[in-house]
Design a protein around this ligand. Structure first.
Ligand SMILES: [Zn+2]
Length: 241
């Protein structure tokens, strides 16, 4: 039987490897230009119940995040948002709630890549099987259409967790996309292909030959959400010199 020291050693090595993999995923997001510099979040569960997880620190550019920079958070710790290195509130409310509700979702990637976000903002965001590759995702993408503005309460993450369920891909209406996977490598591959598949629906400049009636219709978030979201935009971070 393994001793406590051996178990601690294995846990430490597993966390180290997870940190390295997650840090690499941030660099990959920069490589593909999916990121929004310091916005958006990737996380990975450390504990079997998902309550302990790694996530990117607040306001650090994706291209600069190192394995050792990742925050290890505990969903049972009520003091988390009071610590000096507290995470972005939206990351705590979305990722903390989803990891707690869906412990099988070991890795969560949340982004606002232009094509996938455009698809998520259509009146009908169904990913149609218009070619062989997009057909791979037909009926395999969950959708949430109840965007509630900046996530400042756990209820936002809890609703997204219900929409995702046992799925791997969630289109977050009027917001972005979230990918769940058992490992960082599986998640990164899925997000690459999902984002690319959304492209044909969401050209910002539809071909002139396309008739007006066939152009996508956008779905506006409710005005009572748009106004406070606008006012609540985060202040500019101060960059290290
Ligand atoms: Zn977001």
């Amino acid at each position: 039987m393994a001793t406590a020291a051996q178990r601690n050693g294995r846990d430490g090595e597993a966390e180290r490897e997870l940190r390295v993999d997650l840090a690499a995923a941030f660099r990959l997001a920069v490589e593909h230009d999916w990121h929004e510099s310091v916005g958006n979040h990737f996380s990975a569960a450390l504990s079997p119940d998902g309550k302990r997880f790694l996530i990117n620190p607040k306001w650090v550019h994706f291209s600069r995040i190192r394995a050792s920079d990742l925050l290890a958070l505990d969903g049972n710790d009520p003091e988390t948002m009071k610590r000096p290195d507290a995470p972005d509130p939206s990351s705590w409310c979305i990722h903390g709630a989803i990891h707690a509700a869906l412990p099988q979702a070991r890795v969560l990637l949340h982004l606002h890549p232009p094509y996938a976000t455009a698809l998520a903002s259509l009146a009908d965001p169904t990913l149609l099987p218009i070619d062989q590759n997009s057909a791979r995702y037909y009926n395999r993408v969950s959708v949430d259409l109840s965007y509630g503005g900046f996530a400042e309460a756990m209820a936002e993450g809890e609703r997204l967790a219900r929409a995702l369920g046992n799925g791997r891909r969630l289109l977050m209406g009027n917001h972005g996309v979230l990918i769940a996977a058992p490992t960082v490598a599986r998640r990164s591959r899925t997000s690459i292909t999902s984002s690319a598949r959304a492209a044909p629906w969401c050209s910002p400049t539809p071909p002139a030959s396309r008739s007006p009636s066939s152009r996508p219709r956008w779905r506006s978030a409710p005005r009572n959400i748009g106004r406070p979201t606008s006012r609540g935009a985060s202040p500019r971070p101060s960059w290290p010199r």
